[in-house]
Design a protein around this ligand. Sequence first.
Ligand code: ADP
Length: 804
Amino acid sequence: MNVAELTGLPDGVPEHLEGEGIEELYPPQAEAVEAGVTDGESVVASVPTASGKTLIAELGMLSAIERGGTALYIVPLRALAGEKATEFEQFEQYGLSVGVSTGNYESDGDRLADNDIVVATSEKVDSLVRNGADWIDDLACVVADEVHLVDDASRGPTLEVTLAKLRQRVADLQVVALSATVGNADEIADWLDAELVDSDWRPIDLRTGVHYGQSVHYDDGTQEELSGGSQSQTAAIVEDTLRDDGSTLVFVNSRRNAEAAARRLADVSSESLDAEQRDQLREVAEEIRGVSDTETSDDLADAVEQGAAFHHAGLARQHRELVEDAFRDRLIRVVAATPTLAAGVNTPSRRVIVRDWQRYDGTAGGMQPLSVLEVHQMFGRAGRPGLDPYGEAVLLANNHDELEELFDRYIYADPDPVRSKLAAEPALRTHVLAAVATGFTTTEGALHEFLGETLYAAQTDDPRRLKTVAEDVLAYLEANGFVESDGENLEATTTGHLVSQLYVDPMSAATLIDGLRDAARPSTGASSVKQRAGADADSGDESAGFQTANELREERETPAGEDGAANEGDEDAPTADPTPLGLYHLVSRTPDMYELYLRSGDNEKYTELAYERETELLGSAPTEYEDARWEDWLSALKTAKLLEDWASELDEDRLAERYGVGPGDIRGKVETADWLLHAAERLAGALDVECATAVREARKRVEYGVREELLDLAGVRDVGRKRARRLYNAGVESRADLRNAEKSVVLGAVRGRRKTARTILQNVGHSDPDFEGVDADSSVAASVSGSGDTEDDAEDQTSLGDFS
Ligand code: ADP
């Protein structure tokens, strides 16, 4: 089918597509049009990577807009939202507007209402629906990109529920669901009442194989010996591809590995460059350096000068775009990437190497193989239509057994089926509360009816299971005071509304509330780890508030003993404020915090710490004899200790070494703790628990990474933890001090950087922030330069400066 034959699109669009080199529809695209994608029909397109799914989505959205509606495009990753929006902006010349919503959790619903196409993640859409965005009702078309991700245990349920909610809320909503090739696309289509386009057509042939020894063993039974035979397997393949004037994409399992591989492969790519290419690459490298002055930026530029690059979600968007463009222009000859690239960005290459087929999985506590679907998506990036005769994708085997294993596991394997993960309790807790709190379902009957519209319900052989889990979850929400029910009508309590808006797992909220109440309870001396745990285990105390719904059900079936009394204590005894460690431990115990793992020796170490600081820990502790719960308790304590060290101004390098983590992990923990402590503060306020001040202070200390005495100073923009410490040590202890400080002292504390000193004084509201003619105080400067870290000045400008 020719593009010119398309109808129902805004004027000029078919010609525009032709101008972009799209004259004839690819077969799956033609099938989608025949299935009615331009007439408002719902379509599920399950086709291989790089087979033109985006155009199918665009046809659906553009025709919906032409009919007077608006469209929503749901992306799987925040990092892709901007890229997708930019792609759609090519159509703005035909009178439509594109908006992107990536903000964290706040509602920017009004601003979005004016757009014809909105691009957002499913979490964002879920949050917009919760916060009452009206424009949702005007939607005509919703696109779910990478819909097979409903299979993802952590994020899938939100996508699934969001789609189900949108479909229930908007009558006749057109759903265009794009999926990689999966084993059961028909089930997804049934669930969405959509036509199915299921195809394995590719615009270019693909050979797949496994490299072992000196040869690649291909799926058609042939073998090809690679010349080169030098260094590593990866380098040998890259060298062989270069000899054929081709480029290579190497998939690895972590950012750090991507950077290291790019560094090594730069030696190989460098040899293939001529003088002109070197000049052009130098220009690209300069642009990359100009994007930001971080070490990552420099490392990337260094590799690019030699024709290699790395690509991962930690790069700035301009970095990624510069790399992608230079790779498409065949200047960069090899890119080492994390799988983000496979998911969304169009960067075909002559050869693809899947170097790492396993990845560290925290929930499994070790390395886990990638799914067939993920590996096939990476394979799909091989071969540039019109340029290469075919694409080649290879895995790497270290021995003969692995060669066979990889063939069975990935080359001959059928794609995995997609299975809903909705019946998992954490997902249901969150979504059931949201459904009730937003008034989306006001009765139990309506709730079950809604859940009946999910993929889970469509797939399960045991329809009662979802109902039972949902009932357990409701009972859990009721027991924790988030929802009230009279047996049929459901209503969220004030706390329930707050929890839903805070976007925390209700179990996290219950854990927080329980801990905060414990903190506010008069101390009785009866709260030692062992005694408290014993009391709770016996009493089955429902007020403990962080049982699983399953535990709750067991308890209801076997009537509980004395309720709660063990925790009440003596009302007249004095209460002590919770300590930062106690609060960090509390937030680290919630399911929203990804805990640190215990390594060998940690069990003893943190058990000792648990006893040493037991009076600070909040809520009911397990006993040492409850293995799994006790380990959880200790993992949370390890996480809490990291946070406490961070808030005691320990250097990031030391932290990384002490806890065996990377800078990104520390940042992740700090940000999550900040967010959960914010939730705790709001909950404490709403429940009148008198420790909101202590919570706020603990939160500020985590946010800035400083001890208590620096809180005031570190809150000034551009000061940050290290400069605050230097100022403090030089006698400038507060904002007021800073406003009246000797300028020479301030200048000394920022190592003589006038511009920085000036900015800081401006930010603190100094009447005359000028530093002309001021000299740094020599004694302050001397003590600062002796303080070790001399390279950090560019880095420590923000509160999270250590990470930038
Ligand atoms: P997918 O989303 O399936 O991975 P894309 O939508 O990114 O694939 O398409 C891959 C490439 O194919 C894009 O560069 C796109 O412009 C191009 N393309 C899509 N449809 C056609 C077509 N009908 N004719 C020529 N090129 C096309």
